[in-house]
Design a protein around this ligand. Structure first.
Ligand SMILES: NC(=O)c1ccc[n+]([C@@H]2O[C@H](COP(=O)([O-])OP(=O)(O)OC[C@H]3O[C@@H](n4cnc5c(N)ncnc54)[C@H](O)[C@@H]3O)[C@@H](O)[C@H]2O)c1
Length: 374
């Protein structure tokens, strides 16, 4: 057993059916909240959990995560794993009974759990529909049943729902034109949450973060993949021309935005709203590669251009006026600073890179007969 105390907690949760997860004395204190987080063994969820755990010493946290290839207990710090105010439930969000039994303890719910990698969704999309849409439905049904307990439900959607930018920056009224099965599944979930708000008046808010980066991100995603390639001495592979641009948000800025949505004094001002979490700025993949090589002092490192990913988005740039107005949020971590810190983390964690690298590219049909590992 790697985490004896931790496993014990999982066992207790596995058997529990009543509403007495932490203690009999449940949240009579206004400052004491229980936060249920789905998918916090993954990248953004684990960073959000750490941020909230440090900031709110009175809060209790429950994580539900299926520990797919993308999730790991090691993404959650040992301090949290061993804390009395933390419980981990190893379960699928489609397991309605478990989700429902956890929600009856929860004041806040933050929903990250999803299949999240665009390339995987091209190879095999069924799981994406199952987790991202049906899993979200399972949570919404449980939310409706626990509507008198749960005060706020933050759904983590994504900028991918918009497709390529028709206006720059893209605001929340931009049409939804998902271009990959992942994006379509997330758009389905996003609109399902909205429909439950309209139909059942549930306390939801939908955040649409743009491309996140930071520690704990799987090396299948761009920035960690470049870092891992360099650390493991492999060539860097870039899809297409590399001129595709994205709006890069440090994951701690995303954590701050979610925190603001959970604690905004007048929730009615954001209830049912969609809010972009972006920086108003897009930077191309080529420029990201260039910056990383510069920070790591590797100007001559080999960069291979491979076929473009089918369903590619050319440009994402997130207008954040609504986030400023409704949440008081603006990003505070510059790309230069965030990138340097993130690279330091990957350099300190070469095992993280080597463990995940082999599982980070997938065979994609790039033309009728041609398959390429992307
Ligand atoms: N990474 C980004 O740049 C980005 C940007 C915008 C939005 N998002 C969204 O943020 C959320 C988190 O993204 P991430 O990059 O941290 O993802 P991730 O792939 O790193 O983590 C996903 C987590 O969900 C868990 N999970 C998957 N299927 C599950 C299921 N059926 N039941 C329970 N747990 C399950 C995994 O085990 C993993 O821990 C996702 O909803 C994603 O769509 C991500």
């Amino acid at each position: 057993m790697i985490f004896p105390k931790f496993i014990l907690k999982i066992t207790i949760v596995g058997f529990f059916t009543s509403c007495a997860l932490f203690s009999a004395d449940e949240s009579s204190n206004e400052n004491k909240k229980t936060v249920l987080i789905t998918g916090a063994a993954g990248f953004i969820g684990s960073n959000f959990l750490q941020y909230m755990y440090d900031k709110y010493p009175e809060y209790e946290f429950i994580v539900i995560d299926a520990l797919t290839y993308a999730g790991s207990l090691e993404n959650i710090s040992s301090e949290i794993r061993n804390a009395d105010r933390f419980r981990f439930v190893h379960a699928n969000i489609n397991d309605f009974e478990t989700v429902n039994s956890l929600m009856c303890h929860s004041d806040f719910v933050v929903h990250f759990a999803a299949e999240s990698h665009v390339t995987r969704s091209i190879v095999s999309d069924a799981k994406f529909l199952d987790t991202d849409i049906m899993g979200t439905r399972s949570l919404l049904v449980a939310l409706n049943q626990n509507r008198h307990k749960v005060e706020r439900f933050v759904h983590i959607s994504t900028s991918e729902v918009y497709g390529t930018a028709q206006t720059q920056p893209m605001n929340e009224n931009h049409p939804l034109n998902p271009r990959s099965p992942y994006a379509a599944a997330k758009a389905g979930a996003d609109r399902l949450v909205y429909s439950y708000y309209c139909t059942y008046d549930l306390p939801v808010v939908i955040l649409r973060p743009f491309n996140n980066y930071g520690p704990n991100q799987h090396v299948e995603k761009l920035i960690p993949r470049i870092a891992a390639s360099i650390i493991l001495n492999k060539p860097i592979k870039i899809h297409g021309s590399g001129e595709q641009s994205r709006d890069w948000v440090h994951t701690l800025d995303t954590a701050r935005a979610i925190d603001m949505a959970l604690h905004k004094p007048d929730f009615s001002q954001i209830k049912g709203e969609e809010i972009n979490i972006g920086t108003n700025r897009a930077v191309s993949v080529n420029d990201i590669v260039h910056s990383i090589l510069k920070i790591l002092h590797k100007p001559q490192y080999p960069v291979l251009k491979i076929s473009d990913r089918p369903g590619q988005v050319d440009c994402h740039i997130g207008g954040n006026e609504k986030a400023r107005k409704l949440l008081g949020w603006t990003p505070i971590i510059s790309l230069d600073e965030g990138l340097a810190e993130t690279l330091k983390w990957y350099l300190k964690n070469p095992d993280f890179c080597s463990k995940l690298y082999e599982n980070s590219s997938h065979p994609v049909y790039v033309s009728d007969n041609e398959i390429e590992y992307q």
